[in-house]
Design a protein around this ligand. Structure first.
Ligand SMILES: C[S@@+](CC[C@H](N)C(=O)[O-])C[C@H]1O[C@@H](n2cnc3c(N)ncnc32)[C@H](O)[C@@H]1O
Length: 211
């Protein structure tokens, strides 16, 4: 019940934070099976970004660009490096970046997150981790190295439909994935160099701050 109450309040507040056109675009893509961050998660992402005011953002999992556009609209001085595995999806994102007038502040890369992250030398103030959930644990130490002090890693889907916290019995096909997400949560929670909090918001969010 408490969860329903806070969900409703957050959904109400979300209305004021993302332009209607972008919300409509998200809904259309979702109807067609293209993933994009849920309202509650996006509201929290925009909250933490607005407090942090990062100059440099790394996003893993561009999809068609909805979260990237929302982040850059929220932080007008920020630049974004975003990584997507599927070339056709990245092409669609590029069209959307142009449409929303943020293309000049974006470096859009195609490839597997782990492989691309290994090649990056630039440091970031903020990382939005939203690619294949099974890869989160492998990415964690690499991302930590790329973070400036005071930097933040914002990881989505860390409760994955309630299965990670064992709220519901996990179907067989998700067991390995759920174990891997739990592994990320255990690694992040055991790291004395970071402050990490876990939120039961959207599909579950972990926010880690580099001390
Ligand atoms: C949940 S969606 C991202 C949604 C997007 N951040 C948003 O909120 O609008 C995850 C994306 O990660 C991409 N992806 C999956 N595995 C990947 C990998 N290993 N490296 C990079 N991207 C990956 C998928 O193709 C998909 O577009």
């Amino acid at each position: 019940m408490v969860n329903e109450y806070t969900k409703e309040l957050t959904a109400r507040n979300f209305k004021y934070n993302v332009i209607d056109e972008l919300k409509e675009m998200q809904n259309e893509y979702r109807k067609n099976g293209i993933p994009t961050i849920l309202e509650e998660g996006l509201n929290e992402l925009l909250l933490i970004l607005s407090i942090k005011q990062p100059k440099t953002i790394l996003e893993l999992g561009t999809s068609v660009g909805c979260s990237g556009i929302a982040m850059l609209k929220a932080i007008p001085n920020a630049r974004l490096v975003t990584v997507e595995k599927m070339p056709s999806v990245q092409s669609e994102a590029l069209i959307n970046f142009e449409k929303y007038g943020v293309k000049d502040r974006i470096t859009s890369l195609v490839g597997d997150s782990v492989e691309v992250v290994k090649t990056l030398t630039q440091k970031f103030d903020f990382v939005f981790l939203d690619c294949n959930k099974a890869g989160y644990a492998k990415l964690y130490p690499l991302l930590k190295n790329l973070l400036n002090d005071g930097g933040v890693i914002f990881a989505d889907n860390i409760l994955f439909r309630g299965y990670v916290a064992k709220e519901k019995e996990c179907p067989k096909e998700y067991r390995t994935l759920v174990q891997k997400i739990d592994n990320y949560n255990q690694i992040a929670s055991s790291d004395s160099e970071m402050i990490t909090c876990f939120f039961d918001v959207g599909d579950g969010i972990a926010v880690s701050y580099k001390k």
